[in-house]
Ligand binder design. Structure first.
Ligand code: CA
Length: 233
């Protein structure tokens, strides 16, 4: 069962960005713009993590955090607080109220995803797999290491994230734009051809001799980790 995340954010573009990226990572996502909805949603199904905006139209994020921490049944749910830039004292207060972590807007999506993984791993080691396996390829998230047939595959950090992203959902086709968002982050401008360059390098690093190519190019669509890779045909 994949981890479930509750997004509480009233800025629609950010709510959409978060939901989209969490779903792409394989999490189950529910979202609301209202702090008032949180206790109902949490009662309906306890999320594994809450991403909570500080400034909400009704009751504030800090108040929501306080309410969750006050009740024994919701006390342990990890919370990542989102704050606006430069609210240094607010940040400190956010942490004091019991948020597990905070990010300052505008944040980088890969950074947020990394923090989410760290917190989920800490809270529930099974929720986030440390190792991704496919055929003879093993990706170790903790050690940031990839091996194929037990030999080390040297990858740049970007290529590592690219492979990690593709391996999380074998068979799923990602467009170049989706990969740019997930691997490079939306706040950085990179040409879509950059994706092709890095996929090319990744392929080269992964293949030795006559080894098969685990990455599938889907014409006019994008790339996928081949779901048949490593399986008997
Ligand atoms: Ca807000």
């Amino acid at each position: 069962m994949s981890a479930s995340i509750l997004v509480v954010e009233d800025e629609e573009p950010i709510q959409i960005l978060l939901s989209y990226n969490f779903e792409a990572e394989g999490y189950r996502v529910r979202a609301t713009a209202q702090g008032e909805d949180v206790s109902h949603l949490v009662g309906e199904e306890r999320p594994d993590l809450i991403v909570l905006d500080w400034m909400l139209p009704g009751i504030s994020g800090i108040e929501v955090c306080r309410l969750l921490r006050a009740r024994p049944e919701t006390r342990d749910i990890p919370i990542i607080m989102l704050t606006a830039r430069g609210e240094e004292t607010e940040r400190v207060r956010g942490l004091a109220t019991g948020a597990d972590d905070y990010l300052v807007k505008p944040f980088s999506v890969p950074e947020l995803l990394a923090r989410v993984r760290t917190i989920l791993r800490r809270a529930n080691p099974d929720a986030v797999a440390e190792l991704l396996n496919a055929g003879d390829i093993v990706l170790d998230r903790k050690a940031r290491r990839v091996t194929r047939s037990k030999r080390d595959v040297n990858l740049s950090p970007t290529e590592f994230r690219l492979l990690e992203h593709l391996m999380q959902n074998p068979g799923r086709v990602y467009s170049r734009a989706q990969l740019l968002d997930a691997v490079w982050g939306r706040d950085i401008y990179v040409d879509e051809r950059t994706v092709d360059v890095h996929v090319g390098r990744l392929r080269k690093s992964l293949q030795r001799g006559r080894e098969t190519d685990p990455i599938r190019t889907v014409r006019s669509m994008g790339y996928a980790f081949d779901e048949r890779f490593g399986k008997a045909s």
